[in-house]
Design a binder for this molecule. Structure first.
Ligand SMILES: NC(=O)c1ccc[n+]([C@@H]2O[C@H](COP(=O)([O-])OP(=O)(O)OC[C@H]3O[C@@H](n4cnc5c(N)ncnc54)[C@H](OP(=O)(O)O)[C@@H]3O)[C@@H](O)[C@H]2O)c1
Length: 295
């Protein structure tokens, strides 16, 4: 039997287990919107106490007591600890148990579900390296929600309260969803690192690279936001400029195989966007494709 719970998110008694980067941010963001964070837990009591001290009427408790005190429990522990944490606690029928991982399936909460809890995923698609910055970034960010029934309604209500855009996820899709999001997150850093490495190889100072490349990256992202990916495309491939692309390839071949392969692969992928933009005819696309396939 499911416990009747008032659907207004501010009426839920919420506990946060794992006072790390995401746990701290989520607790403070929810409390700022009037949610009742009644308990926080962490293996290191000082971490839980420090977080509880920043929240109104919140207690730092051992995880079992924190879970028992709440209608909705967020397990904000590292992914590898989610299943064991869920299995190590006692749950009531109808209690809500949610993890915040992108890549870990909600099935990791099976132990709580077997005891009658409603389980789900609430993955804020944002970077939490610095809780202060993350707090400011949450409104407008997406949160991937995987849940059913009443819990889905409650998690959508929490997303709305935080000003976040909900995105529904289906079971079994989380690894692909999360891996793909890396292209918009840490892989962007790998791109910038590749550019900085090539610049360093031709004698440009590494510390200047980030200063020079970041405004370009921001301009590109702004264009994508304003026009969509295909119409934002700029550069020689978007113009069908085979001569410039050939000079790029020559320069990258001289830098070594891994640089050349990376450049070629990304350029090939860009042909799809170039075609979608409608700016190049089939012959121009074929010339570029042939050049990129050449050794
Ligand atoms: N960081 C991000 O950018 C980000 C973004 C989206 C989603 N997430 C998700 O959020 C969750 C937490 O990530 P995080 O970055 O906040 O990690 P984190 O900063 O390492 O915090 C996790 C907290 O959980 C506690 N913990 C660690 N091991 C534990 C264990 N074995 N059992 C119980 N508690 C343990 C730790 O505190 P104690 O040592 O005091 O127990 C730690 O402070 C993960 O599922 C992650 O995928 C993170």
């Amino acid at each position: 039997m499911s416990e009747p719970v008032d659907p207004r998110p501010q009426s839920l008694r919420i506990a946060i287990i794992g006072a790390g980067r995401l746990g701290q941010t989520l607790a403070r963001a929810l409390a700022a919107q009037g949610c009742r964070i009644v308990a926080v837990a962490s293996r290191a009591m000082p971490a839980a106490q420090a977080l509880a001290a920043r929240l109104p009427a919140c207690a730092a408790l051992p995880s079992g007591e924190a879970a028992a005190a709440a209608d909705l429990v967020f397990l904000t522990v590292p992914d590898d600890a989610i299943a064991a944490t869920a299995a190590g606690l006692r749950w009531r029928a109808g209690q809500r148990v949610v993890h915040c991982s992108g890549a870990t399936e909600v099935a990791a909460l099976a132990a709580a579900q077997e005891q009658g809890a409603l389980v789900g995923g609430f993955h804020p698609l944002q970077i939490f390296s610095d809780p202060e910055r993350a707090l400011a970034l949450l409104p407008g960010s997406t949160v991937a929600i995987e849940a059913e029934g009443e819990l889905a309604i409650e998690l959508h209500a929490l997303a709305a309260l935080l000003g976040m855009q909900p995105l529904a996820l289906r079971p079994g899709t989380r690894a692909a969803y999360h891996g793909a999001a890396s292209f918009a997150a840490s892989f962007l850093l790998s791109m910038l690192d590749e550019a900085a490495q090539v610049w360093a190889a031709i004698g440009l100072p590494r510390e200047q690279a980030l200063r020079s490349l970041l405004p370009l990256a921001r301009g590109t992202l702004d264009a994508a936001e304003a026009k969509g990916l295909a119409q934002a495309l700029a550069g020689p491939i978007s113009r069908g400029d085979v001569g410039v692309v050939a000079r790029h390839l020559q320069a990258f071949d001289a830098l070594g195989e891994s640089h050349a392969q990376f450049y070629r692969e990304l350029s090939r992928r860009q042909l799809t966007l170039a075609a979608e933009s409608g700016r190049l005819d089939a012959a121009a696309l074929a010339r570029l494709a042939a050049l990129l396939e050449s050794a």
